[in-house]
Design a binder for this molecule. Structure first.
Ligand SMILES: Cc1cc2nc3c(=O)[nH]c(=O)nc-3n(C[C@H](O)[C@H](O)[C@H](O)COP(=O)(O)OP(=O)(O)OC[C@H]3O[C@@H](n4cnc5c(N)ncnc54)[C@H](O)[C@@H]3O)c2cc1C
Length: 474
């Protein structure tokens, strides 16, 4: 038996039809099929540990041909399956809550081609977001959607979740940067959707696939748009007494005709968390909110834009406003912000991150509702926002060791999403629906609209084998 195989390929795995593990092993090799509870522990959840479930097996194809054969095989044997990238998702999308097989795409990690002239790259799904930007940096280009998890998350996962990031305010989210896809549908057909040229005729199937959370099939290659690196950036850090003044500043900056590349905000509790971590900025205790604003473009005119932003901050009662003097200072500010989720570990044994969207102007009002929900459920809630996009991430702190706390955190999260919808927003900005928000889909869509979505899904996956139970209410 090859090293690393916990279950001999010939032995049946409970829950899977006989011969499935052996059949998968015949495609990818026995050491690329994992089975047995201990081996599968790492696949029990994604970045959101609230939702868990073990697959019966995990298969790791080496290339696209193998991935395609694996999916055809699973379809022929009526085995439920789901794709997985780096497992950093935050809505339970890559969790096998009903068992079945996980198709792990981590080994498909080639940047196949870069064309600097047309500013396009062809990439396999296992390439990490940051690795793509690093690969095209020598050409003076970058891949714009930049989730805070970019060091780990995969392009396939980004496509499936239509991921966003701090710089998406100016540049747009994943769907604005994916021009084409090669996919293997859940029926095992290999299709090319869209392509390098813009505005192809026919239905926008690329757009339909982006954000489909592994329910239609597997993306095996993406054709992405690359962006020229801006000549220069200016980063402004502003401290305010409370999120109210910071929120007003966000609206006023945009109303002044400035389009920053990024506008990020943290409230007092989030600031306390990050200040206990390795990237300390030194926020004073009297500050209730921090705003990080970045403008980029041609060097000429950027100082003036930064000064205009500082002036708006001053009109809104800023306590302190500075422009980063060095690249190191800018990096520190960004690391401080980008590690905010993990920094909750400095404040609480467990946390649960939510992801709602609201119209920017409603930020102060929604924050008061979030605070009230925290009081109602007896839980502390820190807030981190892609403020320019109205995308808020309440971080609900709880202690998983105490009975009932996890359930209370989940219920508080659901109430926050309800508040977002009531204020004219949405239940997800970038983390997707997954397991977590499928019931909340009813807050957004009528039964008829949900049925229509289910019918479209069935065209790609008539047997309902791909990532079953995700996205649409059960
Ligand atoms: C600390 C932290 C910060 C984060 N910050 C952000 C942020 O700023 N913005 C943001 O948008 N998200 C953020 N996320 C969430 C997460 O990183 C993104 O959703 C990311 O795109 C998931 O990529 P992944 O490779 O980890 O996918 P996984 O978690 O492995 O999978 C996510 C979904 O994609 C499907 N999938 C994976 N690969 C494929 C494929 N090739 N074809 C079809 N379906 C596939 C899976 O079935 C699953 O439904 C953050 C997560 C963490 C832990």
């Amino acid at each position: 038996m090859a090293a690393g195989v916990s279950t001999p390929a010939s032995r049946p795995v409970p829950g899977l039809p006989p011969g499935v593990v052996a059949g998968l092993a015949a495609i990818v090799g026995a050491d690329s099929v994992l089975a047995g509870s201990r081996r599968l522990l790492a696949y029990e959840c994604d970045g959101n540990t609230v939702f868990a479930g073990q697959p019966e097996a995990v298969v790791l194809p080496h290339d696209r041909e193998e991935a395609e054969r694996v999916i055809r095989f699973l379809d022929e044997h009526d085995v439920p399956w789901l794709p997985r990238g780096s497992g950093t998702g935050l809505s339970g999308g890559a969790v096998a809550e009903r068992g079945g097989v996980i198709v792990d795409l981590v080994r498909l990690r080639r940047v196949v081609r870069v064309d600097p002239e047309s500013q396009r790259a062809w990439v396999e799904p296992g390439v990490t977001n940051l690795a793509l930007t690093e690969a095209v940096a020598p050409c003076g280009l970058f891949y714009a959607p930049d989730p805070s998890s970019q060091v780990a998350c995969s392009i396939g996962g980004n496509v499936a979740e239509n991921s966003g990031g701090s710089h998406c305010l100016k540049y747009g989210v994943t769907t604005n940067h994916v021009l084409g896809l090669e996919v293997v549908t859940a029926r095992g057909e290999r299709l090319r959707l869209g392509g390098a040229a813009p505005d192809l005729p026919g239905y926008d199937l690329t757009g339909f696939f982006v954000g489909s959370e592994g329910t239609l099939g597997v993306a095996t290659e993406a054709v992405v748009r690359l962006v020229r690196r801006p000549q220069a950036v200016r980063t402004v850090l502003a401290l305010f007494p409370s999120p109210d003044e910071a929120s007003q500043t966000v609206s006023d900056v945009i109303a002044a005709g400035i389009l920053p590349a990024a506008m990020e905000m943290m409230d007092r509790l989030a600031m306390e968390g990050v200040e206990l971590g390795p990237y300390r900025v030194g926020y004073p205790p009297e500050s209730g909110a921090v705003l990080l604003v970045e403008v980029d473009g041609l060097e000429a005119g950027l100082d003036e834009q930064a000064e205009r932003i500082a002036a708006v901050c001053r009109r809104n009662g800023v306590q302190d406003v500075r422009v980063a003097r060095t690249a190191e200072e800018r990096n520190l500010w960004w690391q401080n912000r980008k590690t905010a989720f993990g920094a909750m570990g400095n404040l609480s044994p467990s946390y649960y991150v939510q992801d709602g969207v609201i119209p920017r102007s409603r930020l102060p009002r929604v924050l008061r509702r979030v605070e009230a929900i925290g009081r109602e459920f007896g839980l502390r809630i820190a807030n981190v926002f892609h403020a320019g996009d109205g995308n808020l991430h309440p971080l609900i702190l709880f202690d998983d060791r105490l009975p009932g706390q996890r359930e209370r955190a989940v219920r508080a999260g659901s109430e926050i999403l309800r508040a977002c919808v009531e204020e004219g927003g949405s239940i997800t900005g970038e983390h997707g629906v997954g397991i977590e928000k499928r019931e909340e889909m009813r807050l957004m869509y009528s039964d008829e609209e949900l049925r229509f979505q289910a019918e479209l899904r069935r065209v790609w996956d008539p047997k309902g084998l791909a990532n079953p139970g995700k996205v649409l209410p059960v």
